[in-house]
Ligand binder design. Structure first.
Ligand code: UD1
Length: 363
């Protein structure tokens, strides 16, 4: 019996492992254990995804809220106990969050073979905590599962062993493909009184965007500007709500007319909103990929991206937080002159199969 331990901890992690159990079950002699660290813990950020994907974690670490370092330390300690008990043949970590780094360190310290799903992505921006998480996970991994060309290029530039690198595609796209009927049946457009291609979808939660008052005031200005033209739907991350309240700006945001300020949405509802949006304004990583897959214009308000194929191939564009520049791009979208965008290679809904094919030959 080969035992695989997959560790997830946050909303974007859950979305990347939805097909692991089903695909693992096709291999005789495989036992897959899903561990949820509890980094994201409430119903709207975690439990609803497990329900929608029918993905019950086998183990829950119950990580207490706290600083990143205290959470990482807790996860390493608890995972070590689980590893000693289960003796996995391989551990799989996904993405770039603090739980990813913690699980990679635990695997390394316990001598367990490690695979990193979404390997090789680099923003080259060391002010992002995620950049360190990616680098550490890749450095400690024996199997590097890559989503896009830049991942291959970066791992080659870092002289990672060729035989460790596997270009498999993107498991987040697998989830969009596998759950397309459920996404389509969501009634979120009716619930929010939104008309297809006649609203803008926004997500903003990165520390660089929302953690200080100046950033939030710029965001307020941008939202007012967009709302003068289109209805704007903004599912708000708890981090953003917390900082809005901290700086006394929450009421000013919620009072903007044409703005629908909602709690974090479930996966099916959110994807339906992505698909039918006129365009998207975001600072997220994953949404750049989801919008590219659907060909929806996406303006990412960040100086860099770790997912450059969404810009070179897809419908994503990077912009600084500059109202004039953002207005100009929106004008292109409205005029129909914004680029159309294509889909990067191997974003075809079969990445999970490719990962397990590699595992079947290596463990
Ligand atoms: C984390 C990831 C980021 C990812 C994001 C997606 C790291 C370093 N960052 O950022 O890459 O894009 O998740 O959501 O891991 N909170 C809740 N409910 C929850 C979870 C969090 O209220 O279920 C609150 C926390 O108490 C905290 C804040 O939201 O105050 C931030 O949560 P945290 O897990 O630290 O990271 P994110 O900012 O969500």
């Amino acid at each position: 019996m080969k035992r695989i331990l997959t560790v997830v901890g946050t909303r974007p992690n859950f979305i990347k492992v939805t097909r692991f159990r089903e695909v693992a079950s096709r291999y005789a002699g495989y036992e897959l254990h899903i561990v949820h660290t509890g980094q994201h813990y409430d119903d709207k950020m975690a439990d609803v995804f497990f329900r929608q994907f029918n993905l019950v974690p086998d183990h829950f670490l119950n990580t207490p809220q706290g600083s990143p370092a205290s959470q990482i330390a807790f996860i390493i300690t608890e995972l070590e106990k689980l590893i000693l008990k289960l003796k996995p043949d391989v551990m799989l970590v996904v993405g770039d969050v603090n739980s990813t780094m913690a699980a990679a360190i635990a695997a390394n310290k316990c001598g367990v073979k490690l695979g990193h799903v979404e390997s090789g992505l680099r923003s080259f921006d060391r002010t992002m905590p995620e950049e360190y998480n990616r680098i550490v996970a890749d450095e400690l991994s024996d199997l590097l599962f890559v989503t896009e060309q830049s991942g291959l290029d970066n791992l080659n530039a870092e002289r990672k062993p060729k035989e460790a690198i596997h270009f498999v595609g993107n498991t987040m796209i697998d989830t969009m493909v596998a759950f397309a009927p459920q996404i389509e049946s969501s009634d979120i457009l009716e619930q929010l009184n939104a008309a297809s291609k006649n609203y803008v979808l926004m997500t903003m939660h990165r520390p660089a965007t929302v953690d200080d008052e100046t950033g939030l005031k710029k965001l307020l200005e941008l939202i007012k500007d967009v709302c003068a033209q289109y209805p704007l739907i903004f599912p708000v991350h708890p981090r953003t709500v917390a900082t809005l309240k901290k700086f006394g700006l929450h009421d000013e945001f919620t009072a903007i007319s044409n703005l629908t300020f909602v709690e974090p949405l479930d996966y099916f509802a959110f994807q339906k909103l992505v698909k039918h949006a006129k365009f998207i304004l975001t600072d997220s990583g994953g949404i750049q990929e989801e919008s590219t897959f659907l060909g929806v214009p996406c303006l990412t308000l960040r100086p860099n991206t770790e997912r450059p194929s969404t810009v070179t191939i897809g419908s994503n564009e990077l912009l600084p937080f500059d109202l004039q520049m953002i207005r100009a791009r929106i004008a292109d979208i409205v005029a129909g002159t914004y680029k159309k965008g294509g889909i990067p290679p191997l974003w075809d809904g079969k990445a999970t199969e490719r990962i397990f094919d590699v595992l079947s030959k290596t463990i």
